[in-house]
Design a binder for this molecule. Structure first.
Ligand code: MTE
Length: 331
């Protein structure tokens, strides 16, 4: 088996060979040991699952397994300032390592059952609980927001999400004064998440933010996009989005949210902390160690446009960071 010793997002996605692997030395040996016993075809099957019988429609699911979303008004406060990305691109060009490390994981992801689905909210809160996604939708209500999404790989999209502010969920569970951080954990759903077989990754996928970032009005919990239920390849049924941070912070298919006084160490920080840190705020003037972040390529048109500080959301979030100048805010 031929492994490239390549780290996450080592090169821009347009140059990345599919299925690039993140391996440290120990993991490389473990993976090579496991892989040596399999034929090339069996290795691909083992790692990434089969493609036989792949659906052709990236929205298609079993009839009746997802309720339609209730009506959601578009919130005019968040103007993207550019055209919405083509729907098909947004739902077929994805990063979701639990399903594999290439961009076309949607046929595999689409098969993951997303009902019933509950999310546990616990830790330093007055009222911890296990919430059904549909109960939360009914209880909180939905709105649509069109946000810019900037991936650390220097591509970007503009996506209409349907969901609710994370702060509304926090209001339900009532954080204690001692809570300083929010840890966001992605579900592990074998056998659907075939990427979990890449045991050298530090599963589960964890992301995190400060309690102030979680309470910010921009922090959004999508359950839909383009007016339809969020498909698994985009993090269905329930994910988080921080539009001012690089996209890898926006954890998908969440199963648990924990309020804590300990700063969570994220999946990518564990793998490559010098390149993918805790804060990861978008900044065109701070290059990734191996490429520039000055511009971004719009998926759909391929147009290259200048990147903006905080992905253009500075008016909403810049004051979160005024006393944190010693932190590595941009990586
Ligand atoms: N969440 C989990 N659990 N696993 C992942 O691999 N990839 C991240 C983020 N959330 C990822 C994840 C990255 S790198 C990006 S750019 C966005 O999801 C992509 O979201 P999209 O596929 O909906 O565009």
């Amino acid at each position: 088996m031929h492994f490239h010793r390549r780290r996450g997002w080592e090169i821009p996605e347009r140059e990345a060979t599919p299925r690039h692997l993140v391996l440290n030395r120990r993991a490389l040996m473990a993976a090579a040991g496991a892989g040596a016993m399999l034929s090339a075809e069996a290795q691909a099957q083992w790692l990434f699952g089969g493609r036989s019988g792949s659906p052709s429609d990236p929205w298609a699911r079993n009839p009746g397994d997802l309720p339609d979303l209730p009506e959601a008004m578009r919130n005019p406060r968040y103007q993207p300032g550019r055209a919405v990305s083509p729907e098909r691109d947004a739902i077929t060009f994805n990063n979701f390592y639990e399903f594999g490390s290439n961009k076309d994981i949607w046929p595999t992801a689409l098969r993951m059952p997303v009902r019933p689905w509950t999310i546990r909210v616990d830790g330093m809160v007055e009222a911890p609980g296990e919430f059904g996604v549909d109960d939360l939708i009914r209880r909180i209500g939905l709105e649509e927001r069109v946000y810019r999404l900037r991936c650390v790989e220097a591509w970007a999209m503009t996506v209409p999400w349907t969901g609710f502010q994370l702060s509304k969920l926090l209001d339900i569970v009532k954080p204690l004064g001692s809570a300083k951080y929010v840890r966001l954990e992605t579900a592990q759903v074998p056998p659907h998440m075939t990427g979990l077989r890449q045991t050298w990754y530090p599963w589960p996928h964890i992301e995190g933010c400060t309690i102030e970032e979680a309470a910010n009005e921009l922090t959004f919990m999508p359950v839909g996009l383009y007016g339809r239920p969020l498909p698994p390849q985009n993090g269905g049924p329930f994910r988080v989005v921080f539009p001012w941070k690089y996209g890898f912070k926006s954890g998908k298919s969440l199963s648990r949210i924990t309020l804590t006084d300990q700063r969570p160490k994220s999946f990518w920080e564990t793998l490559q902390g010098n390149e993918y840190g805790f804060w990861a705020n978008v900044n065109p003037d701070v290059p990734h160690p191996r490429w520039s972040q000055a511009t971004e390529r719009l998926i759909g048109t391929n147009e290259r446009v200048p990147t903006r500080i905080f992905n253009g959301y500075g008016e909403f979030v810049a004051d979160l960071y005024t006393n944190l100048q010693r932190e590595r805010l941009w990586a």
